[in-house]
Write a protein that binds this ligand. Structure first.
Ligand code: MOS
Length: 738
C-alpha cells in the first residue's frame, strides 16, 4: 500500500517560495559585486563600423566596458549537451556575445558595461554609441518559404506508403495551411547569473534547467577542467525551455568577473530576454488529408517549416509527434527550416508537438465537416492501436479512455454538428476537441541517498526544479521507498556538487530522477538486508530483496510488519551512523521493444461575441494518460498550466516583428499578451492512470508538456463551431473573426 505515491502532497518548498526564503540566481549575496548591463544593437543586420565608449567610460561608477574590440575570446566550443533529447554531438554554434563586428539579429548585445551599481551600469549603457554599415535583414519566414531546406535529411523519418498517390485518389480530401507566429517563454524570473572566481575556480549562480550543461559550457569556454566550475541553481522561476542550453550571459558574466577580478552580476531586462534566449519559432504548415467515405484516413501529407537563425539550424520537429497519432498507411511529414536574421529559436513547452498538433487536429476537424462525421468519431475511426511507423505495440496507451472520459464529462454528445448552431443569449457558443501527445522519455540520471540511523534521510541530485514540483515529487518517492515520513527526508538539487542528472526538459525529470531514487533505495535495502543476513535469528534471514520493504523506519517482509527489523537498531549494531548509496538509473532496454508515449484529449467551449469578435474560453475538460501519477496535486497544476498556456497560444500570444528592421516590436509583458486570471474560466483536468512497468519500474511518464498539446487546436475548432469561420493563423484575435 503506497503511503505517499498517488496521494496529494503540498510543495515542500512552498513556504520558502512564498516567504522569499527561496533564493533565485540573482538574489545571492556576494561581497564586492559589480553590476553588468547589456547594450543592444539598433539594427537587424550589418556590421558595426565604430563603437564609442568614451563618454560611457567617464560616467559615474563605471568599472569597465567590453565590446567586440576588447572582449576575450572563448576557447573553441565543443558539444555542450546541446540537444538533451537526442544526445546530439553536434558542434556548438550557439551565439556568443561580443565576438565580432557582425550583427546577426536586431537587439544583439554589442557591449557590456560594468559599474558599481546597477543604475550606474544602466545609465552608462545609454551613452555607448555605435555606428553601423546597415544591411537589409530578412525576418519574414513566409516570404522566403521557397528557400526552406531539410537540415538533416538522413535523420528525417521516411514516408510511409505512397502518400501523394493516395491523396490524389482519395474520396474526400482537404488541404490547408496553418501558421504560428514567434512566441516567447516569458518566465517570471528574468535570466541572470552571478559569477566569481577564486584563483582558477569559477562559481556561478545561474538560472538554468541544467547545472551540468552550464558547467560543461563554461569549462569548455575557459579551457579549464570541469571540476573547476561550480554551478548553483537551487530555484528557477520558470524556464519552459528557455534555459535548456546556456544562453550568452553566463559566459559574459564569468568572462567579466575573471577580467575585472570581482564578482559580476548580470541579469537580462524583460526586453533583453526576447533575444537573450530562444523562442518558439515561426511555423508554417500545410496539411493534406485524404480519406474514404467512411472517414478512414488514406493519406496524410504534413509539411512544416520553421525559422532559424543564419548561424544555427534549429528544427522544431513539428511533424514528428503528429505522424504517430493516426493509423494511416500513407504518410509524409517533411520538416524544413528557413534561415532568418533572427536569434536562434529553442524548445518552448511541448516544442514541435503543440505546433504540429495544432495543424493536424484543425485539419482533422475540417475533414470531419467535409465528411459530416462527428470530430470525436473521426478520431476513433482512425485510432492507432500500434505505432503506425514501427508497428510496435504501445507500452501503454489509454487515449481511447481519455476521449471517452473527457467527452462524457464535457457533455460532448449534446453537441450540434452545424457551425453557428448553439447560442447563449447573443453569444455564439462553440464546442471543439483535439488530441494531445508527448513522449514518455527517460534519461540516465544519478542520485545520492544517505540513510541515517536517526531515522532521517538525505537525497541529492544535480537535476533542477523549474517549477513543476520536482523537490516535492522526489521527496515523496524517497519517503515512499525508504519507509520514512516525508518530513524526515531532505532533498537537494540544482548544484554540480550533486550527482550528475540531465537538464530538466522533455518532461523526463520524474521518470529519470525518480527511477534513480527508487533504484538507489533498493540498493540501500540490499545493504541492510546483507547486514541482517549476518545476524543470528534475524527475522529477515534468507529473505530476498524483492520480498522486503521499508516501512515506518523498519525493514520488513512485505505486508508482514511482524517479521521486521528496526533500521536504526541494525545500523547501530553495526556501528553505522549512516549508509550512503550513489546510483545512476538508465532507461531499460525493454523499452525499445515497444512504442512509448503519453496522450490526452481536450474538449473546449468558447463563447464568441458576434459583434466584437472577442473569444472567451468558458470551459475546458482535459483527460490525459501519462502513466502513474506520483503527486496528483502538482500534476493537476501542470495540466492546468498547460491549458492556460494553450489559451495564450490560441488567442493572444505573438512576438510581433517589424520586418523592415527585423526588430521585435513588443518585447514586454504590456504588449506581449499572456492570459491572466480573468481569461481563464472553468478548467477541469483528469488523469486516466496507466499501469506501465515497461517505461520504468514506477510507471512514470512525462506530463509537464503534454497538457498543453491539443489545446490551441481544440480552441480553434471551437471557434469554427461557434462562428463558421476557420482561422488558421494564430493567435485568433478579434480582427480575424470580423
Ligand atoms: Mo522543455 S521545452 O523540454 O524545457
Amino acid at each position: 500500500m503506497a503511503r505517499y505515491i498517488g496521494k496529494e502532497m503540498s510543495r515542500v518548498d512552498g513556504v520558502a517560495k512564498v516567504t522569499g526564503k527561496a533564493k533565485y540566481a540573482a538574489e545571492f549575496q556576494v561581497p564586492g559585486i559589480a553590476y553588468g548591463f547589456i547594450v543592444q544593437s539598433t539594427i537587424g543586420k550589418g556590421t558595426i563600423k565604430s563603437i564609442d565608449t568614451a563618454e560611457a567610460s567617464r560616467a559615474p561608477g563605471v568599472i569597465r566596458i567590453y565590446t567586440h574590440e576588447n572582449a576575450p575570446k572563448p576557447a573553441p566550443p565543443k558539444s555542450a549537451e546541446l540537444k538533451p533529447q537526442t544526445n546530439s554531438q553536434e558542434r556548438d554554434k550557439s551565439f556568443r556575445a561580443l565576438q565580432t563586428n557582425r550583427i546577426f539579429f536586431n537587439m544583439q548585445p554589442i557591449a557590456l558595461v560594468l559599474a558599481e551599481t546597477f543604475e550606474q551600469a544602466r545609465y552608462a549603457a545609454r551613452l555607448v554609441k555605435a555606428s553601423y554599415a546597415e544591411e537589409k535583414p530578412m525576418t519574414d519566414m513566409e516570404a522566403e518559404l521557397k528557400s526552406a531546406f531539410m537540415p538533416n535529411p538522413q535523420r528525417a523519418p521516411k514516408p510511409r506508403g505512397n502518400p501523394s498517390e493516395a491523396f490524389q485518389t482519395a474520396a474526400v480530401k482537404i488541404e490547408a495551411e496553418y501558421t504560428i507566429p514567434v512566441e516567447h517563454h516569458n518566465p517570471m524570473e528574468p535570466h541572470g547569473a552571478i559569477a566569481f572566481w577564486e584563483n582558477e575556480k569559477l562559481t556561478i549562480f545561474d538560472k538554468t534547467q541544467g547545472v551540468y550543461t552550464v558547467r560543461t559550457h563554461l569549462a569548455t569556454s575557459f579551457g579549464i577542467p570541469e571540476e573547476n566550475v561550480s554551478v548553483v541553481s537551487p530555484f528557477v522561476g520558470g524556464a519552459f525551455g528557455s534555459s535548456l542550453r546556456p544562453n550568452y550571459y553566463p559566459w559574459l558574466a564569468s568572462m567579466a568577473a575573471r577580467e575585472i577580478k570581482r564578482p559580476v552580476k548580470l541579469v537580462y531586462t524583460r526586453q533583453q530576454m526576447y533575444t537573450g534566449h530562444g523562442y518558439r519559432p515561426q511555423t508554417w504548415q500545410k496539411v493534406a488529408l485524404g480519406a474514404d467515405k467512411n472517414g478512414k484516413l488514406t493519406s496524410i501529407i504534413h509539411e512544416a517549416a520553421n525559422n532559424s537563425s543564419t548561424f544555427e539550424d534549429y528544427s522544431d520537429n513539428t511533424t514528428n509527434f503528429p505522424r504517430s497519432i493516426y493509423a494511416c498507411p500513407n504518410v509524409d511529414s517533411p520538416q524544413k527550416i528557413v534561415k532568418t536574421d533572427m536569434s536562434t529559436p529553442c524548445a518552448m513547452r511541448a516544442p514541435g508537438a503543440v505546433s504540429g498538433m495544432f495543424a493536424l487536429e484543425c485539419a482533422m476537424d475540417e475533414l470531419a465537416y467535409s465528411l459530416k462525421i462527428d470530430p470525436l468519431e473521426l478520431r476513433l475511426i482512425n485510432y492507432a492501436d500500434v505505432h503506425p511507423d514501427s508497428g510496435k505495440a504501445f507500452s501503454s496507451k489509454a487515449l481511447r479512455e481519455c476521449y471517452h472520459l473527457a467527452a462524457e464529462k464535457f457533455g460532448w454528445k449534446n453537441r450540434k454538428l452545424e457551425p453557428r448552431s448553439m447560442r447563449d443569449g447573443r453569444m455564439l457558443v462553440g464546442w471543439g476537441m483535439a488530441t494531445g501527445v508527448w513522449g514518455a522519455f527517460q534519461q540516465p540520471a544519478s542520485v545520492k541517498i544517505t540513510l541515517r540511523a536517526d531515522g532521517t534521510a538525505y537525497v541529492a541530485s544535480g537535476t533542477s526544479d523549474i517549477g513543476p514540483g520536482t523537490y516535492t515529487v522526489i521527496t515523496l518517492i524517497a519517503a515512499e521507498y525508504l519507509g520514512l515520513p516525508a518530513e524526515k527526508v531532505k532533498f537537494e538539487l540544482g548544484d554540480t556538487k550533486f550527482p550528475r542528472a540531465p537538464v530538466q526538459g522533455g518532461s523526463f525529470t520524474t521518470a529519470s530522477v525518480g527511477t534513480a531514487v527508487y533504484e538507489s533505495a533498493q540498493n540501500i535495502r540490499q545493504k541492510l538486508l546483507d547486514l541482517a543476513g549476518k545476524e543470528a535469528n534475524s527475522p529477515l534471514k534468507a529473505a530476498k530483496i524483492d520480498e522486503v520493504e521499508f516501512a515506518d523506519g523498519k525493514l520488513q517482509i512485505k505486508n508482514e510488519p511482524a517479521r521486521s527489523i528496526s533500521v536504526s537498531e541494525i545500523m547501530r549494531r553495526n556501528n553505522l551512523t549512516e549508509l550512503t548509496d550513489i546510483h545512476e538509473a538508465k532507461p531499460s532496454p525493454e523499452r525499445n521493444k515497444y512504442a512509448t508515449g503519453a496522450h490526452g484529449a481536450q474538449f473546449v467551449e468558447v463563447k464568441v461575441d458576434p459583434d466584437l469578435g472577442i473569444v472567451r474560453v468558458t470551459r475546458v475538460v482535459e483527460a490525459t494518460a501519462c502513466g502513474r501519477i506520483m503527486n496528483p496535486k502538482t500534476s493537476h497544476s501542470q495540466e492546468i498550466g498547460g491549458i492556460v498556456w494553450g489559451i495564450g497560444m490560441a488567442l493572444t500570444e505573438a512576438t510581433e516583428i517589424d520586418h523592415r528592421y527585423g526588430r521585435i516590436m513588443n518585447p514586454n509583458l504590456q504588449h506581449y499578451h499572456v492570459p491572466v486570471n480573468a481569461d481563464v474560466l472553468e478548467v477541469e483536468t483528469m488523469f486516466v492512470e496507466e499501469d506501465d512497468k515497461i517505461v520504468n519500474p514506477l510507471g512514470i511518464k512525462g506530463m509537464g508538456e503534454l497538457g498543453m498539446v491539443g489545446i490551441p487546436a481544440a480552441i480553434a475548432n471551437a471557434v469554427f463551431h461557434a462562428t463558421g469561420k476557420r482561422v488558421r493563423d494564430l493567435p485568433i484575435t478579434p480582427e480575424k473573426l470580423l
